[in-house]
Write a protein that binds this ligand. Structure first.
Ligand SMILES: Nc1ncnc2c1ncn2[C@@H]1O[C@H](COP(=O)(O)OP(=O)(O)OP(=O)(O)O)[C@@H](O)[C@H]1O
Length: 248
């Protein structure tokens, strides 16, 4: 098993103030343009959303991340995706990462679903030809039919999520990041997406899943971390970690 992610005492702090939260965050384009080098410098009103977080992920692992609301799970995923720069510690990632497309957050609302497939694909580093090879599968899996040519701003949140999920599962990178995607869409789509996830997981894809659906985490993840108030409570075997979380 080769190491693909090594987080060592990782820390992320947000700034609080009269005008609310001010953590510097970057778009995916900024990350690509600048690399992961920008650091925040101010220290007043800091709030550590994550601190002293250490864990490893090997190639082919499916890591579940569990914890109560506001514990720092999404912040961790965004940090791995390169959206936030570290304030402390070290994060080594030995592979390419799918951006967090799952909930359709990376879409340009005035563009059609079709154009967004290409836009997101290019941002993820795929060539036009590679995207063309998958575009029909993506459209068909999303079940958007003729809506694929409508601007994304006219989509319901479920439609956006379905398109995001379909892009993420057909345009795969070395590491897939999934935030609550297992509950996407209606019952039929959920079943279909779970089946697709199983297929991907069995193919040896490295995945990090953040979810409140502990049954799904148990079903999919071979290892797990539990985060509480920004601190790592436990890392280990999924059943064991979830049991500790439930008993807490
Ligand atoms: N951009 C931000 N700026 C400032 N604070 C933030 C930012 N994003 C998250 N936080 C704060 O950091 C903490 C962790 O948030 P995060 O979204 O990572 O939690 P979570 O575990 O994913 O929660 P949930 O289960 O509710 O989705 C929360 O207190 C949240 O208010």
């Amino acid at each position: 098993m080769s190491l693909i992610i090594n987080a060592s005492n990782l820390g992320i702090k947000f700034k609080t103030g009269k005008s609310g939260y001010k953590k510097f965050s970057r778009t995916l384009k900024d990350v690509i343009a600048q690399g992961n080098t920008v650091r925040s410098t101010q220290d007043s009103g800091d709030f550590w959303a994550l601190r002293n977080i250490s864990f490893t992920v090997n190639k082919g692992d499916i890591l579940g991340v569990v914890g109560s609301n506001g514990s720092g799970k999404s912040t961790l995923l965004r940090t791995i995706a390169g959206v936030y720069s570290l304030d402390e510690g070290k994060l080594d990632v030995y592979g390419s990462i799918s951006p967090l497309l799952s909930l359709g957050t990376g879409f340009k609302k005035n563009l059609s679903g079709y154009d967004n497939i290409f836009l997101n694909g290019v941002i993820m580093g795929f060539s036009k030809k590679e995207i063309e090879q998958h575009v029909n599968e993506i459209i068909s899996f999303s079940e958007l039919g003729k809506f694929i040519f409508e601007p994304v701003k006219n989509y319901s949140s479920g439609m956006r999520a379905r398109l995001g999920f379909s892009i993420a599962v057909f345009l795969k990178r070395d590491i897939m990041l999934i935030d609550e995607v297992l509950g996407v869409g209606d019952r039929k789509f959920r079943e279909k997406s779970q089946e697709k996830m199983l297929e991907i997981m069995n193919s040896g894809q490295t995945i990090i899943i953040v979810s409140h659906d502990l049954e799904s985490v148990k079903k999919f993840a071979n290892k797990c971390i539990w985060i509480n108030k920004g601190q790592l409570m436990y890392e280990g075997n999924t059943e064991e970690v979830i049991q500790k979380y439930i008993n807490s």
